[in-house]
Design a protein around this ligand. Sequence first.
Ligand SMILES: [Zn+2]
Ligand SMILES: [Zn+2]
Length: 332
Amino acid sequence: MQPVEIITTAILLSWVAVVILLERAIPYRKGLPFFREGFWTDLVLYTLVQSYALKIIIFDCLILPLDQHFGFSKLHFVTGWPIWAQVLFFVVTHDFYIYWFHRFQHSSPLFWRTHEAHHSGKQVDWLAGSRSHALEIIINQTIEFAPIILLGADPAVVPIKACIDAVWGIWIHANVNVKSGRLQYFFNGPEMHLWHHADHEEVFYANFSTKFAFWDWLFGTAYLPGHKPLKWGLPYAFPKDYFAQHVFSVARFDEDGLAHRSAWYRAYRGLRLRLLAGLTARVPALRPLHGWPVPETHTGTVPAQRPGGNFGTSPAPAAAAPALLPTAALPR
Ligand SMILES: [Zn+2]
Ligand SMILES: [Zn+2]
């Protein structure tokens, strides 16, 4: 491990501890259990296993062969820049890209299939952002890290940028009742992104920013009312299992129905549930996994309050609503 990797890992782990403490001290949504539904799927399969496997695919199978073939990094486009300028350049340019790709994913029925998993959690917290379809990660991180390597950036930029991504990703999903005032026009945080995960019609096509909120304000997709959402997640049933979630993006099926029909799936699901049950039986602290439910005050999708679009707290005329902000349901 390089020194920069040790430092960025230490920063990330410390940040996780700080955010977990903040979630307990000043929660945005009170009563959210630490071991909420999907916690182990998000931590073990999405954060550890998927990230490790996709890192190999993205760097060793895509970016490095590309560079070996074309040799772009030998041209050293950004090599002479100070490291802070390199980091800033790649943070801003990739954030601009991710705003538009994210917006596209919400408007394209095909690409929505690569993003719906990210919206499937009904309990959003510091770990929720890790739930991203493998294809979404491959597309976004290849487009993120290929320019860093191909333009000849300092090798330290990759771990620094990855650390910034993780720290910011944890922050915008954190169940923390932060009040950042006018900073929300510039930096994206839980106030706007927890709304993006809400199962409310008026935000199905709003708050696409990841790091910088000004993209949303600039391109007319910001939504920041003075109240909190009533419910989170998707307006339709979504599988709870990692592999089933990926299959569901290709072919729609009912998870319970599949377990009923397929002995293979029944055996696999039984094994998974037994593993979780065994874990919680041995470690009493993990028991909230099976209880302590967060009350769902609303069962259906919360309908849009202002048909025609919602911008901030003041009513906007229907004619001013952009075409990408309908009150229709999300694609399925
Ligand atoms: Zn989204
Ligand atoms: Zn998110």
